[in-house]
Design a protein around this ligand. Structure first.
Ligand SMILES: O=C[C@H](O)COP(=O)(O)O
Length: 248
């Protein structure tokens, strides 16, 4: 029997951006994802789907009278330097009903010494989001590799309007790690801003999720760790959450 308890599993669920970002997603897989947003009276923080499926999710939630925020990804997963493309993808996603945008920072440009393109891309995407739409900036920490690069990317994202900084796309070899999370949370704390943190990629068990929650509580304090500051992006965590809930 899993050592994590029922309350922990439901706490984890409240932070989850329930994700499906597969190239073979279709109407049926997205509607199926939408049926899984609640366990008892606890719902996920948001669902996260490709832009072309935002309208499908919106229609489903409206029909079911469910108020679940819809997140989507832009400039994904490559983190290109094409600011115009990132901005227009973001505009279209918002028009389709997305309330949260997870945009990939041009992390390769940053590694090549270009700080201005990543800064401008984040700034312009946040301008499009305004105050109503949450902007999460994916820094792709596993590709940045060094702590200095993770700090630089986090600082640029925060200084240019990110509402959250997010570790990973889930599409590269190294995704969320506790070490990257510690560095990013440290930058958030030092910034003195209200920026949140999202761990994403490869988190599959309640036990793993609890490690990120405990780390965030240690660095930022227990009261900070709420869905308005803390998320876990995951496509394969729900099964373990359900198993822990069922076992208690
Ligand atoms: O943003 C969320 C990630 O793409 C999810 O990654 P995962 O499929 O490894 O859970």
């Amino acid at each position: 029997m899993p050592s994590e308890n029922h309350a922990q599993a439901l706490q984890v669920l409240s932070y989850v951006d329930l994700t499906s970002l597969n190239n073979d997603d279709d109407k049926a897989t997205i509607e199926s994802l939408c049926t899984k947003v609640e366990i008892g009276s606890q719902s996920v923080a948001a669902i996260c789907v490709f832009p072309e499926w935002v309208a499908t999710a919106k229609t489903y939630f409206e029909e079911q009278s469910l108020n679940i925020p819809i997140a989507t990804v832009t400039n994904f997963p490559d983190g290109s330097t094409n600011i115009e493309r990132a901005v227009s993808e973001t505009e279209r996603a918002i028009a389709a009903g997305a309330r949260e945008i997870d945009v990939v920072l041009p992390y390769r440009a940053l590694l090549n010494g270009d700080e201005s393109t990543p800064a401008e891309l984040v700034r312009e995407c946040k301008d499009v989001c305004g105050d109503e739409v949450i902007l999460k900036v994916i820094i792709e920490s596993g590709e940045l590799k060094t702590q200095d690069a993770i700090v630089a990317a986090s600082e640029i994202a925060i200084a240019n309007g990110a509402d959250f900084i997010k570790t990973s796309t889930g599409k590269v070899d190294t995704n969320a790690t506790l070490s990257a999370a510690q560095t990013m949370l440290g930058v958030i704390k030092a910034s003195g801003t209200d920026c949140g943190f999202k761990a994403a990629g490869g988190i599959r068990t309640v036990g793993e999720a609890m490690q990120y929650i405990n780390l965030a509580e240690e660095i930022m304090g227990k009261d900070w760790v709420t869905p308005s500051h803390f998320r876990i992006g995951a496509s394969s965590l729900l099964k373990d959450i359900q198993a822990v809930v069922d076992n208690h």
